[in-house]
Design a protein around this ligand. Structure first.
Ligand code: RAT
Ligand code: ZN
Length: 419
């Protein structure tokens, strides 16, 4: 009997491991672009080394002035980071370990620590070859980009050279529209939308027209915004008005989820530029109010603060129109992913999306997904083993189904549902 049980447990481990190796991933939030966006698609070793997570880390070890760092070319910045974090020190932080995992996945010689050799290796690929290689290595079915129509560099592509690639799906990002209304309404006006600074009913009508136009143009998977910890629903705040009076009605019309990514303190240290954003605990009452008041809308929600996670999970149990999609940004570290995912599995079963990569550099798909899989493997084994010990029967197919749900299946069915 004991031996029989040991064999069953071994085969559970094997089945979960296999299911994780073969799962075809839907990466629901990234900052990647398909190759028709030209240089907006970042890839290769220099981009990996200048990832803003690593810029924040390297600054902790040096007294180089911020201006001096930013005046360096990308190649020089990459050399600086390599030297400080990988040559003078051991790369144990999550972001630094990520670079090691990528180099190792390509079979490069890690003992040489020769940045130029690694550069040579990556330069042999064409962009398209590299995209194919990385997506295959990371087992990505498709990923979701982040597309803000107010981003000038991106707009040019949408206006001209954009070519659809089913592996890269758009998400209509509304940060500049919602968080920058006072600076950006005039831009909207210059594009032919008859809006004014004061958000009255005519302006709202035109904002809706703008949203519909871009939805038709992009076919986004969802609309999205990132919001500060201080975000509240108030008739004095442009973001709050536009969300309730324009975004949510249009989202409902197209049955598109609205992704709210809450808790980012923009430019806490402006000298670090993109690396200077920080985190704060937000008021989850806002999410609760929206889920309850707009039951025909679908909400994808991330909260950046660890302190918000427990209440967010409880909220998801209360509202089926709320879908949580991974551990965001400062939460995407093994120690925290382990804790949060354990709680989500315990309280939500399979009804959430385990992770997104947030990759900004294509190559990061390889390490972010590898590391996330390493974290979830023992969590699933533990839970399956527990029910088997109680006498539950479990097939390999059921294990695969569960893994598929967590890596994109549940997201897909949330997209398809209409409440
Ligand atoms: O994780 C990141 O790279 C952040 O800078 C943000 O992009 C964040 O994920 C966001 O989407 O706002
Ligand atoms: Zn992001």
């Amino acid at each position: 009997m004991r031996r029989g049980m040991t064999t069953v447990m071994d085969s559970i481990k094997e089945c979960v491991g296999k299911a994780l190796e073969k799962v075809s991933i839907v990466d629901v939030h990234t900052h990647l672009f398909n190759s028709s966006f030209g240089e907006l698609l970042l890839w290769g070793i220099d981009e990996l080394l200048t990832y803003h997570y690593l810029v924040a880390e390297v600054m902790r070890y040096t007294d180089i002035s911020y201006d001096r760092f930013w005046s360096m070319s990308k190649k020089e910045q990459a050399e600086f980071v390599w030297d400080e974090l990988f040559v003078k020190r051991v790369p144990i932080s999550e972001a630094a370990r990520g670079v090691v995992s990528v180099l190792s996945a390509f079979g490069l010689d890690l003992s040489s620590k020769s940045l130029d050799t690694y550069r040579d290796y990556f330069s042999r690929y064409s962009v398209d070859e590299y995209v194919d290689t990385v997506l295959e290595m990371a087992h990505i079915d498709y990923l979701v980009m982040t597309n803000d129509p107010f981003d000038e560099k991106e707009r040019v592509v949408w206006d001209g050279s954009y070519v659809e690639d089913r592996r890269f799906r758009p998400a209509l990002r509304l940060d500049q529209l919602l968080n920058g209304w006072l600076n950006n309404w005039f831009t909207l006006k210059s594009w032919g939308y008859n809006v004014g600074e004061v958000i009255d009913s005519d302006t709202l009508k035109e904002i809706k027209r703008f949203l519909r136009d871009w939805i038709k143009r992009m076919s986004p998977v969802y609309m999205a915004v990132s919001l500060p910890p201080s975000f509240e629903l108030s008739y004095k705040d442009p973001a709050s008005i536009i969300i309730q009076e324009a975004v949510l009605p249009v989202a409902e019309e197209f049955n598109l989820p609205f992704a709210m990514m809450v808790g980012v303190k923009k430019l806490s240290n402006p000298m670090l530029r993109l690396a200077g954003d920080s985190v704060g605990k937000a008021n989850i009452g806002v999410i609760e109010y929206l889920c309850r008041s707009y039951p025909h809308n679908k909400f994808f929600v991330l909260m950046l603060s660890k302190e918000n996670q427990h209440e967010l999970i409880v909220m998801a149990r209360k509202f089926r129109n709320l879908h949580i999609f991974g551990c965001w940004w400062f939460l995407n570290n093994p120690s925290i992913v382990r804790e949060i995912t354990s709680e989500r599995l315990d309280m939500l079963g399979f009804s959430f999306t385990f992770q997104h990569s947030d990759a900004r550099v294509l190559d990061q798909l390889i390490y972010k997904w590898r590391h996330s899989k390493d974290v979830i493997l023992p969590l699933l084994i533990e839970r399956y083993s527990a029910i088997i010990r109680s006498g539950w029967h479990l097939s390999e197919v059921e294990i695969e189904k569960g893994v598929n749900a967590l890596f994109g299946g549940e997201f897909q069915s949330f997209l398809d549902r209409r409440f």
